[in-house]
Design a protein around this ligand. Structure first.
Ligand code: XLS
Ligand code: CA
Ligand code: CA
Length: 442
């Protein structure tokens, strides 16, 4: 088999925090045990097929700049096969256990829908063989319901039911492929499921269409015995002016409204959180508090730009937040940490792909160690326990159990002295948090 990454040793080694080798891990040591599980089991890293292998460096001001050896071939199918081989070489050399794809990342759009599905099936069969050879697995699959011109006005929310039907056809095949490749998740990201102007949009109608579309997928999953989890990935806008799945709280409300909550968890992306005017930790906390944090797309935006830049995650504090929230809820059962991130337009060497992933993996491995230490110390857990202690016994517990009426509380309040004011000690807590961040993990 041809080698697409000949300069990289197999696999990238762990050499510890003091190494000077830029192609080695400083913190990510796959087999190292942290709180009863290996780092690999905690982190479940997945490479995003679309950015890493299909990315071209194009932006709104200029076309492709990357020259990838797997992107040259006799025709689209030949290129798709080469890309798949390059992908598995990359996964093995990087030492990740998972990848994620859209159907159209793996195989091209052909002249007819039937032909498109046939070619997709062939590529899925090839992926299945590579998975067997390497032990690398699919984390989640999805359908690209936003690139083709037919989806200009949305897929499930398109005003034309014939477009809805084509999108349904794609989801059927992508879901069946996900099952075949052992994927434990299937993603819906809203893409163009939103609007550009309310002048031509019946929002109530479109939300109903979207709910029906999701229900069809849930029904089909049952029919084919897909035992994974469905995820919705919130994003507020881009490419639409408003996306119906705008943030975690909105998605939870939507799922509840249409009775879909049992079949779905959330996939939270860092860059989408900031686009929504939230922090990554806010979105993760909202999802986790509802028992619905299923997976994460780990990347970051650029606060000076304000669009979905999908940069590799190198921000340690944000990663520590993420891993603390994941540890607190006991891990991610069906999901993992998908690098929905792309190297910059100027980083066009294939080796840059390794630097990017290695840095991101080290950031999250280091974050895991810090979050684990915080958790073992129990300092922040104690802060929360003590702060809400009043609601865990006596008056507070009776309020929450519904044992007291407004009149009871009125009587209690009138005969009680004014409660003391207690400081939230935010700066003190921030200093403690910073001390953990500055500590060197053992
Ligand atoms: C785009 C999304 C997309 C989803 C998968 O902004 O992040 O890549 O993760 O469709
Ligand atoms: Ca994104
Ligand atoms: Ca994403």
């Amino acid at each position: 088999m041809s080698m697409y990454f000949p300069t990289i040793k197999k696999p990238v080694p762990y050499e510890g925090p003091d190494t000077r080798n830029p192609l080695a891990f400083r913190y990510y040591d796959a087999k190292r045990r942290v709180g009863g599980r290996t780092m690999a089991q905690h982190l479940r890293f997945a490479v995003a097929y679309w950015h890493t292998f299909k990315g071209t460096g194009a932006d709104p001001f200029g076309g492709s700049v990357y020259r990838r050896p797997w992107n040259e071939g006799a025709d689209a199918v030949d290129i798709a096969e080469k890309t798949l081989d390059a992908a598995f070489e990359f996964f093995e050399k990087l030492g990740v256990a998972f990848y994620c794809f859209h159907d159209r990342d793996l195989s091209p759009e052909c002249d007819t829908l039937a032909e498109t599905h046939r070619v997709f099936d062939r590529l899925v069969a090839r992926a299945e063989r590579r998975q067997r050879e390497t032990g690398v697995r699919l984390l989640w699959g999805t359908a690209n319901l936003f690139s083709h011109p037919r989806y200009t006005h949305g897929a499930a929310t398109n005003p034309d039911p014939r477009v809805f039907a084509i999108a349904a056809s794609q989801v059927r095949h992508a879901l069946e492929a996900t099952r075949r490749l052992g994927g434990t998740g299937y993603i819906f990201w809203g893409g163009r499921e939103g609007y550009s102007t309310l002048l031509n949009t019946d929002l109530k109608q479109e939300r109903e269409q979207m709910a029906r579309f999701l229900q069809l997928a849930v029904d089909h999953a049952q029919k084919i015995g897909f035992r994974g989890m469905f995820f919705i990935e919130p994003k507020p806008k881009e490419p639409s002016a408003h996306q119906y799945d705008s943030d975690a709280a909105t998605v939870l409300g939507f799922l509840r409204e249409f009775d879909l909550l049992d079949a779905f968890e959330l996939n939270i992306e860092a860059n989408h959180a900031t686009l929504a005017g939230h922090t990554f930790e806010h979105e993760l906390t909202v999802a986790s508090a509802a028992g619905k944090l299923g997976s994460m797309d780990i990347n970051r935006g650029d606060p000076t730009l304000g669009w979905d830049t999908d940069q590799f995650p190198t921000d340690l504090p944000s990663a520590v937040w993420a891993m603390s929230i994941v540890l607190r809820q006991g891990g991610l059962k069906y999901g993992g940490l998908n690098f929905d991130a792309k190297v910059r337009r100027g980083s066009f060497d294939t080796e840059d792909l390794f630097h990017a992933h290695i840095g991101a993996m080290d950031t999250f491995a280091r974050a895991l160690l810090i979050a684990d230490r915080m958790r073992k110390d129990g300092f922040f857990e104690k802060v929360l326990r003590e702060r809400y202690a009043g609601f865990h016994a006596g008056l507070g517990r009776r309020i929450l159990k519904g044992e007291l009426t407004l009149t009871d509380l009125d009587e209690f309040a009138q005969k009680s002295p004014e409660p003391p004011l207690i400081s939230g000690r935010q700066e003190y807590l921030e200093n403690r948090w910073n001390a953990y961040l500055a500590s060197t993990p053992d």
